[in-house]
Design a protein around this ligand. Structure first.
Ligand SMILES: [Zn+2]
Length: 430
């Protein structure tokens, strides 16, 4: 009954039926994808013969064991999350509205803003509570068991709380703005929200290094004179002007080693984990850095934002086509249903589209790897750096193919090594 009245209010009965079927189909696709994920976490993985050239069997056993446990938890988490949100949306759509809001007469854009923020907060809190055991298991228990985390349980929980607060703010803002736009511009909301999403993503990418990252970690400028002059030489060689190379004090929290590039315009910066500087030779640090410069030079942040904007446009347009955007004025109860369906639809559709974003991300990583190989012309150092990074992070160097296809944002360590070998052959050919 609840669904029926919403569909009548937001579109013709035909589009409404189509919307209902589309939602069901999407739910089934997401379930099937998550089940596939769980099954593949139990299947034997392909182990290429050359793996033992780079990794000892005892390393592989530990890495695979950690990875398999983490995959299983992720698969179950997906199913539990869809189910919880689906039940919540169905229950909330049965007509219940906040008592102090009138269910009679069309909703104003101002009340929609408040209701949207409120509903988004409720969804976010629900997802946080449901996700907590998985976050603890993957982010604390497994990290601790396999010697990666150096945090206490209290320290981990503090990080979790900080992350949750940030998430709640983001959800409330997005929910409020989206609700306002939907009611204020009933026929054009999907276009307007896409543009706002793009601008918001650029803003977040801009403020991330100066506002968000410092909430979680301490950063200091790179001071090691030798390394700094090597780094500057590398930048000059790549014809890149960078004034910000920062060191993240990661070693207090983790044994993991990494580097990343973030920011837009004048907040652009390269960040190296202190673990990387302490544990890896200077040639390998330069290699890792040149990979990050590749992302910079090739505009991968902007390309990533553009891609998610296209994804957002597709999802919002599909929703507005399926559920109708007749421009009819909605009552509070109808709006609440429409909004909750939109939340569920966005979550399911972005899960189903994960393989697309993973694929594009892997392409970008390959481009950055090639950039670093061309800049350094040293496949041996490249391979050594990949092996060191894998060891420091206890990486799954040969993940199950389905899981790699679905969620691997980087090529696997063995694929990256193969790329360097290929590059070596091409060097020798000249
Ligand atoms: Zn990268």
């Amino acid at each position: 009954m609840g669904k029926q009245s919403m569909l009548k209010a937001v579109g013709s009965s035909e589009t409404g039926t189509f919307g209902g079927s589309l939602m069901k189909a999407l739910l089934i696709v997401c379930f099937a994808m998550a089940i596939g994920w769980i099954i593949s976490s139990f299947l034997p993985r392909p182990i290429p013969e050359n793996v033992h050239v780079y990794f000892h069997q005892s390393y592989l056993d530990r890495a695979f064991q950690r990875a398999d446990r983490s995959y299983l938890a992720t698969g179950i988490e997906g199913i539990v999350t869809f189910l919880t949100l689906y039940l919540f949306v169905t229950w909330k759509s049965k007509g219940a509205v906040t008592p102090n809001m009138s269910a009679v007469g069309p909703i104003s854009s101002r009340s929609a803003l408040l209701l949207g923020a409120n509903l988004a907060l409720q969804c976010c809190l629900l997802l946080v509570v449901v996700g907590l055991p998985f976050a603890w298991y993957k982010g604390y228990y497994l990290e601790k068991t396999f010697g990666l985390s150096r945090l206490t349980l209290g320290g981990w929980f503090l990080e979790f709380i900080k992350g949750t607060f940030l998430q709640l703010i983001v959800y409330a803002v997005i929910g409020g703005v989206a609700a306002f736009v939907i009611v204020r511009f009933p026929t054009k909301w999907s276009y307007i929200l896409t543009i706002l999403f793009f601008l918001g993503s650029i803003l977040v990418a801009y403020i991330y290094p100066i506002v968000i990252a410092p909430l979680f970690n301490k950063f200091v400028p790179l001071e090691d004179e030798t390394l700094l002059s090597e780094v500057k030489g590398l930048f000059a060689q790549a014809d890149i002007k960078v004034d910000k190379v920062l060191v993240m004090e990661a070693s207090r929290k983790t044994a993991r080693s990494n580097a990343y590039f973030s920011g837009v315009g004048n907040t652009k910066q390269v960040v190296l984990y202190d673990n990387l500087i302490q544990n890896q030779p200077i040639e390998e640090i330069k290699l890792v850095l040149s990979h990050e410069l590749g992302h910079w030079k090739l505009g991968h942040i902007l390309k990533g934002v553009l891609l998610t904007t296209v994804g957002t446009f597709v999802i919002l347009t599909a929703f507005s086509l399926a559920f109708g955007s007749s421009g009819a004025t909605l009552s509070t109860a109808d709006f609440q249903r429409l909004f909750l369906y939109l939340v569920l639809f966005c979550m399911l559709a972005s899960y189903a589209l994960t393989p697309v974003s993973s694929y594009v991300s892997r392409k970008h990583e390959i481009e950055a790897d090639l950039f670093s190989l061309e800049l350094t012309k040293d496949p041996d150092v490249f391979i050594a750096a990949m092996v060191s990074l894998a060891r420091a992070n206890l990486s799954d160097v040969s993940p199950p193919p389905y899981i790699r296809w679905f969620a691997w944002t980087h090529p696997t360590t063995l694929e990256r090594i193969a790329l360097a070998e290929e590059f070596r052959s091409s060097l020798e050919a000249f």
